[in-house]
Design a protein around this ligand. Structure first.
Ligand code: NDP
Length: 281
C-alpha cells in the first residue's frame, strides 16, 4: 500500500509556523497584511476568498477586503492596485481569478508590484524563479515541493516528470524541481509517447486538468505521485487528475484528492505573505 501524503497535516504545520513568525513580527511592531480583491460574485471564487481570509485570520495576518461589483471597469481595478502598491500598510495583493470577461487579466496581474505579488504570477517573479533570485513563487507548485520534502522524499538526482506546462502550475513546478536538483522532463498535449516518459518518473507531478486520466499504466512501480488536479466526478465527489484506485497499489506514495495538494495552496499563500515583509525590507 502506498503511503498517503497528508496535505491537510502538512498545510496545518506550515500555517502554524507562519502564525508563530507573524506573532514574533507583531512583537517587534510589524503587522503583516494581505489585500484580497474579488470582482463579481462567482460562487466558487467567493469560497476561495472566504478560505483565504479565514487562513489570514488564523495566522494573525490582517486581511484588507475588497469586494467589487461585477461592473467594475479595468481602469477602476487598475487604480485600486496602484493605490495598494503604494500603501505601506499593505504587504501583499491578491486578485482572485477568474475576472469578469471585460477585464484583461494579464494587464491587471502585471500592474501588481512584483514586491507585493503573493501569487507569484508577475513576469518579474517568474524570471526571478528561473534564474534563482529571491522572489514570490506560485503557491500550488511551491506547496508540492513542501509536500515531497516534508514527507521525507529526496528530489536531488531523481527523474522528475511534470505533466502539464501551464504558467501557474506546470512551468514553475519544473523550475522548482530543477532548483532542487531533480532531472526534470515537462510533458504536454503534444508529447509523442506520454506513457514512455511518465514510466521513467521517480517523482510524477500531474497537472493535466483531465479527471482520473492517469492510471497505473502511466506510473513506474515505487514512484511518488503528486496529483494537482481537482474536479467533481459524475457523483459530484471531488477527484483528481490521477485515478487513485488504480495508481495507489503501484506507487510508493501518493497525494489524495481532496486532502493532498489543495490545502497546500492557501498555506503557501500565507507563507508568501511573510516573504512579502522580507522582500519589502
Ligand atoms: P491547464 O489546463 O492550464 O494546463 C493543463 C496542461 O496539461 C497543459 O499544459 C496541457 O498541454 C496538458 N495536457 C492536456 N491534455 C494532455 C494530454 N492528453 N497529454 C499530456 N498533456 C496534456 O491546467 P492548470 O495547470 O491550470 O491546472 C491543472 C490541474 O490542476 C487542473 O485540474 C486544475 O483544476 C488543478 N489546479 C489545482 C490547484 C490546487 O490548488 N490544487 C491550483 C491550480 C490548478 P498543452 O499546454 O499542450 O495544452
Amino acid at each position: 500500500m502506498a503511503k498517503l501524503i497528508d496535505g491537510k497535516l502538512i498545510s496545518a504545520q506550515i500555517k502554524d509556523e507562519v502564525k508563530a513568525e507573524v506573532s514574533k513580527l507583531k512583537e517587534s511592531g510589524v503587522t503583516v497584511s494581505l489585500a484580497v480583491i474579488q470582482v463579481g460574485a462567482d460562487p466558487a471564487s467567493s469560497v476561495y476568498v472566504r478560505n483565504k481570509k479565514k487562513a489570514c485570520e488564523y495566522c494573525g495576518i490582517e486581511s484588507l477586503s475588497y469586494e467589487l461589483p461585477e461592473e467594475t471597469t479595468e481602469e477602476e481595478l487598475l487604480d485600486l492596485i496602484r493605490e495598494l502598491n503604494k500603501r505601506a500598510d499593505c504587504n501583499g495583493i491578491l486578485v482572485q481569478l477568474p475576472l469578469p470577461k471585460h477585464i484583461n487579466e494579464e494587464r491587471i496581474l502585471d500592474e501588481i508590484s512584483p514586491l507585493k505579488d503573493v501569487d507569484g504570477f508577475h513576469p518579474v517573479n517568474v524570471g526571478c524563479l528561473s534564474i534563482g533570485k529571491p522572489g514570490f513563487v506560485s503557491c500550488t507548485p511551491a506547496g508540492v515541493i513542501e509536500l515531497i520534502k516534508r514527507s521525507g522524499y529526496e528530489i536531488a538526482g531523481k527523474e522528475c516528470v511534470v505533466i502539464g506546462r501551464s504558467n501557474i502550475v506546470g512551468k514553475p513546478m519544473a523550475m522548482l524541481l530543477l532548483k532542487e536538483n531533480g532531472t526534470v522532463t515537462v510533458t504536454h498535449s503534444k508529447t509523442a509517447d506520454l506513457k514512455a516518459v511518465t514510466k521513467r518518473a521517480d517523482i510524477l507531478v500531474v497537472a493535466i486538468g483531465k479527471p482520473k486520466m492517469i492510471d497505473a499504466s502511466y506510473v513506474k512501480d515505487g514512484a511518488v505521485v503528486i496529483d494537482v488536479g481537482i474536479h467533481r466526478d459524475a457523483d459530484n465527489k471531488l477527484c483528481g487528475d490521477v485515478d487513485f484506485e488504480s495508481v495507489e497499489p503501484v506507487a510508493e506514495a501518493i497525494t489524495p484528492v481532496p486532502g493532498g495538494v489543495g490545502p497546500m495552496t492557501i498555506a503557501m499563500l500565507m507563507k508568501n505573505c511573510l516573504t512579502s515583509v522580507e522582500l519589502q525590507k
